[in-house]
Design a protein around this ligand. Structure first.
Ligand SMILES: NC(=O)C1=CN([C@@H]2O[C@H](COP(=O)(O)OP(=O)(O)OC[C@H]3O[C@@H](n4cnc5c(N)ncnc54)[C@H](OP(=O)(O)O)[C@@H]3O)[C@@H](O)[C@H]2O)[C@@H](O)CC1
Ligand SMILES: Nc1ncnc2c1ncn2[C@@H]1O[C@H](COP(=O)(O)OP(=O)(O)O)[C@@H](O)[C@H]1O
Ligand SMILES: [K+]
Length: 490
């Protein structure tokens, strides 16, 4: 798992490291790593035009020292100082020694210089920044974005909140972010994620001093550990039997998609109860189907309740019945609308419970999501005493104790009707295997995103494509590739 940290956690970890290393060591490590990534991204350094946007703090120092290294290798480097009196003096001297040039940000042709650069390094603000960019910095960031060159942020894109990803005003739009010591939470969630682009982590020796992270991102290997194949001793009942309460005569598709996703994720046994029974039976002959109540479906190890089920009295009664069991439950879509009216039945549950709202469903529980998506998910989870999966470009999953995951997979092509029904089916299948609800949500979001990426390789996707590609996505997450799916890989 990749640990995600706030600026305060990084600063606290840096203190003992600064004390035990000679002055300037960490900045040299940071600048060396930064320059190395830039060389790789530039595909050749000699003669390349590099503009450094330099603020008043150590973030600017990193940019200046990295710029000095690039200048020493033949790049034409110009530092643009946002406050000429307060730029890092030793970094400036190093840049000048290496042949770099220095300009004030207010100069007449600075905007053009930035727009024409092959690489713009954003050293305006790091973890010491607060609030959005001031006007001159904002204007130069826009010039960088409109120019043809690479945009690379030093540690964090200036103007984003490193701990939350919130952007208050203007922020630097980076294609790449080279971050030091540990991945900051704000680089992978909310608006910060889009501003950070691809994140590169540079080791500066911070790891032994980092606290245990309270937020994480899963890797394929982490997800694979929860998607293990059945063993020789397994039978159809032992792999986690899922029960689906979804769909209706009005929305049979939600039942078909949700059931199919559970089946394609963990095909041991899936049961269905609801009024889309005919559609589900026709689509999935493998599923045991009843058009009665959840209790008529037979024994399960986890329930998914909600997608397309409607919000009438029968739906409310089915939701109450499922929540009254001592089994794990995924609550989605219409069931969330019902639950928001009266969250009582979920508050008292001791079995793993996962709510999967998008922003509008989330707001029905009393407060908008806001700019800090991790805090929002943690707040609702703590309030209701269950896990909350907040869907979005970077889906966040949080538990009542504050443990949180930010999903790193996916594609905007997932913004199409029915993909949420697929997600809840996947989550139910994983939850039936016995993990904590927060973990099941994180694994489901990871697999769902990978499946979306796979389906999107062929162009626009619809939710049914996800269901079809799920087995291959499970294989890929487990490290199997289609060309290696021989007997020996089974
Ligand atoms: N510590 C270490 O060991 C290592 C740290 N490293 C690096 O240092 C970075 C942290 O450096 P830092 O603490 O100097 O803060 P930093 O982010 O450069 O800027 C703070 C300055 O900006 C100003 N300012 C604030 N908001 C503003 C705004 N909206 N618009 C404009 N100005 C604003 C504020 O001054 P103010 O004008 O508010 O008085 C202050 O002077 C870190 O991200 C990493 O890159 C690496 O070298 C590895 C080792
Ligand atoms: N811009 C986006 N980028 C990545 N994923 C997205 C984006 N928009 C939506 N998604 C994902 O698509 C799914 C949509 O779910 P939901 O809104 O419940 O759809 P539905 O109710 O139609 O099934 C969620 O998993 C969400 O994370
Ligand atoms: K920066």
């Amino acid at each position: 798992m990749i640990g995600l940290y706030t600026a305060e956690e990084i600063r606290a970890a840096e203190e003992p490291l600064l004390a035990e290393t000679p002055p300037g060591t960490l900045m040299q490590r940071a600048a060396t790593g930064l320059a190395t990534v830039c060389v790789r991204l530039l595909h050749g350094v000699y003669g390349r035009r590099v503009a450094l946007l330099v603020g008043t703090g150590n973030n600017g120092g990193d940019a200046l020292y990295a710029g000095a290294r690039l200048a020493a290798r033949g790049a034409r480097v110009t530092a643009v100082l946002l406050d000429a009196e307060r730029a890092h003096p030793a970094g400036l001297a190093a840049l000048r020694r290496a042949g770099g040039r220095v300009r004030r940000a207010e100069g007449p042709d600075v905007r053009d210089l930035v727009a024409r650069a092959d690489l713009v390094l954003d050293g305006i603000l790091g973890i010491g920044g607060s609030g959005g960019l001031r006007p001159v910095a904002a204007e130069l960031s826009t010039a960088a974005a409109e120019g043809a060159g690479l945009t690379v942020a030093v540690d964090v894109p200036s103007g984003i909140d490193a701990g939350t990803g919130a952007v208050d005003g203007a922020a630097f739009p980076a294609m790449h972010t080279v971050t030091f010591g540990a991945v900051k939470l704000g680089l992978v969630v909310g608006e910060g994620r889009a501003h950070a682009g691809q994140v590169h982590l540079v080791d500066i020796g911070l790891e032994p001093h980092l606290p245990a992270a309270t937020a994480h991102q899963l890797t394929d290997a982490d997800a694979a550990a929860r998607l293990a194949p059945p063993s020789a001793t397994d039978d159809k009942y032992s792999q986690g039997v899922v029960g689906i309460v979804a769909g209706s005569t009005t929305y049979p598709g939600a039942g078909v998609l949700c059931t199919g996703a559970a089946l394609r994720t963990r095909p041991g046994l899936v049961r269905y109860a609801g009024t889309a029974a005919d559609g589900v039976r026709a689509a999935w002959p493998e599923v045991i189907v009843t058009d009665g109540r959840p209790g008529d479906a037979g024994r399960v190890q986890a329930w998914v309740v909600g997608p397309g089920m409607g919000t009438d009295a029968a739906a409310r009664s089915a939701l109450d019945e499922v929540l009254a069991t001592d089994l794990p439950v995924v609550v989605d879509a219409d069931a969330l609308t019902l639950l928001a009216e009266d969250p009582g039945p979920v508050r008292g549950r001791s079995a793993p419970t996962l709510l999967t709202p998008h922003d509008r469903e989330f707001a029905r529980f009393g407060a908008e999501v806001g700019a800090d998506r991790v805090a929002a998910a943690r707040r609702l989870a703590a309030d209701l005493g269950c896990a909350v999966l907040l869907k979005g470009e970077a889906t966040v999953v949080a538990d009542a104790d504050g443990a949180a995951f930010v999903n790193g997979t996916g594609t905007p092509w997932l913004a199409t009707a029915g993909t949420g029904d697929v997600l809840s089916g996947i989550a139910g299948a994983v939850l039936a295997t016995g993990p904590r609800a927060v973990e099941a949500g994180a694994v489901a979001a990871h697999l769902h995103g990978r499946t979306g990426q796979l389906a999107a390789q062929r162009g626009p996707l619809v939710a049914g494509d996800l269901v079809r590609r799920l087995p291959e996505a499970v294989g890929r997450v487990r490290g199997l590739r289609p060309d290696r799916l021989g007997d020996s890989e089974a």
